[in-house]
Design a protein around this ligand. Structure first.
Ligand SMILES: O=C(O)CCC(=O)C(=O)O
Ligand SMILES: [Fe+2]
Length: 347
């Protein structure tokens, strides 16, 4: 079934409407792999506004300041700053790379040391943590809803419906999430460095699927598009106070394609951003590295794995870490084939 809009799931009266909400989430994940949550209990709108304020303040810093904490992708680091063109999510179409800047940080657990981060983030750690924990809590609710809808077994010891969420807790030894601040600078049509697809859309972030289990995202202006058929993309509307959720490739792989990890990209929509930069904040979550997630005991998951573009059918992937490793390596090889200077990306 081709879906032509992003479904909206209302979390109002959450516990009383649990079954209904779980069904809506499962439907959205099976059909398009994207949905908006409205009336989620966390993060609060003050926490979201504060996260955007900090992001804007950070990106206003001079580049010399920002590159002091540059992401060392060559060493496999997934934290820190990446400047314009540093990522190239779609090496098949893009020559230069994504027209965006970003700052990534791994889960801000109580043990996490951020002495190497920009002082702005050190000084405002409490606000970043409050926002991250709010995002994380809603991500875990989505996992629990899916565990329920997929009829995964209850926890033998506690009876809780946490088959998925128990391995995605905020405080763990291995990181389970990445908070990514993004800025797409304002540009005029025809500006230098423009990269277009065959339909003359200016690409700001190349088409890709995320690697992880689920992504939560806020955006300030339109630009994000989801592929719904071979040559059809729909624009994700900006809904104030709504959290956008999408399934990552890991979830699609471990559910044998039952949940869809949709291709998405960011294009420039200069008429819709009032001459302003576009900002977004993504929160990417995956299970602890050694978690075995193969053969999920759900009666709804097909036993046969379909063909996936990103992964060879016979690939031996049973854990979260193996999945991520496979995707990094593959992205690295694709990039090397077209430009030996580039490193792999973490999405
Ligand atoms: O900026 C956006 O709206 C999307 C970003 C994205 O898809 C990503 O970072 O994986
Ligand atoms: Fe993405």
């Amino acid at each position: 079934m081709t879906v032509h809009s992003i479904p909206v799931v209302d979390f109002t009266d959450f516990s009383n409407r649990y079954e209904e909400i779980a069904e809506q989430v499962l439907e959205a994940c099976k059909n398009i792999g994207f949905f908006h949550i409205i009336n989620a209990s966390t993060p609060s709108s003050a926490e979201v506004n504060r996260a955007f304020e900090l992001s804007k303040e950070y990106f206003r810093l001079p580049v010399e300041e920002k590159i002091k904490c540059k992401q060392d992708t060559a060493k496999g680091k997934i934290e820190g700053y990446l400047g314009l063109y540093a990522q190239r999510l779609d090496p098949k179409i893009q020559k230069k790379g994504d027209y965006k800047e970003s700052f990534d940080m791994e889960t801000l657990t109580s043990k996490k040391n951020i002495d190497h981060f920009p002082s702005l983030f050190q000084e405002n750690r409490t606000d970043l943590e409050a926002f991250s924990k709010g995002m994380h809590a809603t991500a875990l609710q989505v996992l629990d809803l899916l565990a329920f809808a997929l009829k995964l077994p209850l926890n033998e010891k506690t009876g809780a419906n946490d088959w998925l969420s128990s391995t995605h807790q905020y405080e763990t030894n291995g990181s389970t999430s990445v908070l990514r601040l993004l800025r797409y600078p304002n540009r005029k049509p025809g500006d230098e460095g423009e990269e277009c697809d065959s339909k003359k859309n200016v690409i700001l972030a190349g088409q890709h699927t995320d690697y992880i289990m689920i992504t939560l995202l806020y955006q300030t202006a339109p630009g994000l598009q989801v592929q719904v058929s071979d040559d059809e993309w729909i624009t994700v509307p900006v809904r104030s106070n709504a959290i956008l959720v999408n399934m990552g490739g890991m979830f699609e792989w471990f559910t044998n394609g039952l949940l869809k990890s949709a291709m998405h990209r960011v294009i420039d929509m200069p008429n819709q951003r009032d001459g302003k930069d576009r900002y977004s904040i993504g929160y990417f979550i995956h299970p602890e590295p050694d978690t075995k997630i193969i053969n999920m005991p759900s009666p709804l998951i097909p036993s046969e794995r379909p063909d996936f573009k990103e992964i060879a059918k016979d690939a031996e992937i049973t854990t979260s870490a193996e999945y991520l490793e496979y995707r990094y390596r593959r992205s690295f090889l694709e990039k090397q084939a077209t430009n030996p200077e580039l490193d792999y990306d973490y999405i």
